[in-house]
Design a protein around this ligand. Structure first.
Ligand SMILES: [Zn+2]
Length: 186
């Protein structure tokens, strides 16, 4: 699989089958659930080695220590299943329970800060991000609608109706399939 890296690590590239390789967003949650891709002959895992995992965590605002590495690896499969509707928020209890919101009182009222239990910070941050992505239009973080695609995406459109993690790859493949179906009918 061709993999192109740039100095920022923020370029999304695709191979011939339209499977996108890793990209960095500003979302820990999104990058975490997109950090492991399973192919026929190999697994592409950004947290695969401790060195890779540590660098990944530092790039996402962490310390990259052993606790964080273990936490990220533990929460990732649960988050992916949860976002696919195959696990409930209760399955994320070790991380939801790791969040304590405390007020700091001052002349202008109370400011709230989140205390995240040591050893659960990565998963807790991801869960808080998930909560911020829920709204009247539903969840803004979803799996790509292509059945053979493993990616998740965050929908920033007003109507929240995006279906593909990438229009260039999965969206265009779906369009081509619809076109060929119509051609057969005609
Ligand atoms: Zn996709």
């Amino acid at each position: 699989m061709p993999k192109v890296t740039d100095d920022g690590g923020a370029v999304m590239t695709t191979d011939a089958t339209g499977t996108a390789t890793h990209a960095s967003s500003d979302s820990l949650l999104l990058d975490l659930v997109n950090s492991r891709l399973v192919f026929d002959d190999h697994v592409d895992d950004e947290l695969g080695t401790d060195a890779d995992a540590s660098a990944w965590l530092v790039a996402h605002g962490g310390t990259g220590d052993a606790d964080e590495i273990a936490d990220a690896r533990a929460v990732r499969p649960l988050l992916a299943r949860f976002l696919r509707g195959r696990a409930s928020i209760a399955d994320l209890e070790p991380w939801t329970a790791a969040i304590t919101r405390r007020p700091a009182f001052g002349p202008d009222g109370a400011r709230w800060r989140d205390d995240l239990a040591p050893g659960r910070r990565v998963g807790a941050r991801a869960v808080l991000e998930w909560a911020d992505l829920q709204g009247p239009e539903g969840s803004r973080i979803r799996p790509c609608a292509a059945s053979d695609c493993q990616h998740f995406f965050i929908d920033t459109s007003r109507a929240n109706t995006r279906r593909w993690h990438s229009m260039e790859t999965c969206g265009n493949r779906a369009k081509a399939r619809r076109h060929s179906a119509r051609a057969k009918i005609g």
